[in-house]
Design a protein around this ligand. Structure first.
Ligand code: GMT
Length: 378
């Protein structure tokens, strides 16, 4: 098939999933066209079957806010026409699905279906904002197909927006050949706890520092903070205040997580909300046990006490306790690490999940003429 993919190209789970999906589809022989304002961060544009089309947003004195959504819609319609795209697949509802709807309406000579994948904050934060609620609901209703990445997100979207449209759950995935355990790397040096995020308030990065200070009372461990965002400064400040700064490394944005994660002994993901928790899945594939919060779609991924731990949001003592257990009890660590790897392999590896997208694309594309509000059935 010829597929147009649009996502936020910067750091963030939805862009990563969209990029990895495109790369996997290209490997399976599809022609994939990324349409965005910048080259998605993990995308290698030299990959066979991958094409990248930049959206240029011209400024003009009257435009206090340059209309990216419109420039994107024009580019989508243009690329769809030039490359005879079979469908558009947009990741993150706002504004991408509205641009796709416009591009569809601009394509008058044939049907150009579009699929929206809801990733999390597009529903839980942006969608609940009064200014964006009506347009988010409309964008879901107008999509020819809607997928989301956890059962929790499906339920929350249906309940909150009152949409009657079927929403397909297709979980996030991981390339288990690339993300794999490395016992030798892990056996060197001190015990290491990893946190990966975009350091937004929803990630509660300060809880990482607070829990780590408690862990340090029991274990000579290091904390590795990968990523960047608004709460990095406050996290650095707190590390100094709690006198653990010399044991905490802030790495900033990282491109090759598959090289970093296997060196770790545990992942700490204390988020207020996670629609899925891709970072936890990547860690699990590397045999690194996650200590996450019991929130959102995390239970779709982690079975508490089997392949990781989930503790209440904000309960830093409980989270620190789990981290200490993992760093001090080799048997427990080995058992959880093996189960985590097995969960990634048997439930979330690319070979299982990418065909679900392929089948969904086929279904949406074959529904010509069906009224949009009832276009896809489960
Ligand atoms: O919070 C992020 O890391 C970015 C955010 C996004 O929308 O780009 O991530 C969401 O999508 C990821 C990929 O599907 C999920 O794994 C994350 O759980 C989800 N983040 C939240 O719900 C906060």
């Amino acid at each position: 098939m010829r597929i147009g993919i649009t996502c936020y190209p910067t750091y963030g789970g939805s862009g990563i999933v969209a990029t990895e999906l495109g790369m996997e589809l290209a490997q399976r022989g599809h022609e994939v066209h990324f349409i965005s304002y910048a080259n998605p961060i993990r995308l290698d544009p030299g990959t066979p079957g991958i094409h990248y089309h930049e959206v240029e947003v011209s400024t003009y004195p009257l435009f206090q806010y340059p209309p990216y959504s419109l420039a994107l819609a024009s580019r989508m319609a243009e690329v769809a026409e030039l490359h005879a795209l079979d469908l558009l697949h947009v990741h993150y509802a706002i504004p991408h699905s509205i641009s796709a709807l416009l591009a569809q309406q601009m394509t008058t000579n044939r049907r150009l279906p579009f699929i929206t994948t809801l990733h999390g904050t597009d529903i839980t934060l942006v969608g609940t904002d009064r200014s964006y609620f009506p347009i988010t609901k409309f964008s879901i209703e107008q999509s020819d197909g809607v997928t989301t990445i956890s059962e929790y997100m499906r339920k929350r979207t249906v309940e909150f927006f009152g949409v009657r449209k079927p929403i397909e759950v297709i979980h996030n995935f991981v390339n288990c050949s690339l993300y794999r355990p490395d016992e030798e790397a892990r056996s060197q040096g001190r015990k290491r706890i990893l946190h990966i995020s975009n350091f937004r308030p929803v990630k509660r990065v300060l809880d990482c520092i607070r829990a780590f200070a408690k862990v340090r009372n029991h274990v000579d461990a290091e904390l590795i903070m990968a990523g960047d965002g608004p709460d990095r400064g406050p996290a650095e400040h707190l590390a100094r205040e709690l006198r653990v700064e010399e044991h905490v490394q802030f790495l900033g944005k990282q491109n090759h997580m598959e090289r970093l994660i296997p060196r770790m002994h545990a992942l700490h993901l204390p988020s207020e909300m996670e629609a899925f928790g891709l970072a936890a899945l990547e860690a699990m594939a590397c045999g690194v046990p996650p200590v996450a919060t019991l929130t959102g779609g995390v239970p779709d991924l982690i079975t508490h006490g089997v392949d990781g731990f989930m503790e209440p949001v904000g309960d830093v003592d409980a989270q620190a306790g789990r981290l200490v257990e993992l760093l001090t009890n080799e048997d427990l660590h080995g058992q959880i690490a093996r189960a985590a790897r097995s969960t990634a392999e048997t439930r979330f590896c690319t070979d299982l999940i990418i065909p679900q997208y392929e089948r969904y694309y086929e279904r949406v594309c074959s529904l010509e003429g069906t009224p949009r509000a009832a276009s896809v059935s489960n």
